[in-house]
Design a protein around this ligand. Structure first.
Ligand code: SF4
Ligand code: SF4
Length: 70
């Protein structure tokens, strides 16, 4: 476990571009909705995250930060 993506749920639009570029395919849509009424992204398998940052770079809403464990 190297780290994980942290999603700002209020910025997320649920477009799933993050999963499209994730080499591990570990981003998914949750069952909860943000204040805009949009289902937002969640990481479905944090253990598999390599902290490559692809999801954070592609996100058009800048809604993802990657935290790394030391
Ligand atoms: S790319 Fe960004 S806005 Fe789109 S679903 Fe992922 S976190 Fe949300
Ligand atoms: S940092 Fe890389 S491996 Fe982790 S969720 Fe984002 S795209 Fe996937």
């Amino acid at each position: 476990m190297r780290g994980k993506p942290v999603i700002d749920t209020e910025r997320c639009k649920g477009c799933m571009l993050c999963n499209a570029v994730c080499p591990e395919n570990i981003m998914g849509v949750g069952e909860s909705f943000n204040k805009q009424g949009l289902a937002y992204a969640i990481c479905v398998n944090e253990e598999a995250c390599t902290t490559c940052r692809s999801c954070a770079i592609i996100c058009p809403e800048a809604a993802i930060k990657i935290i790394k464990y030391v």
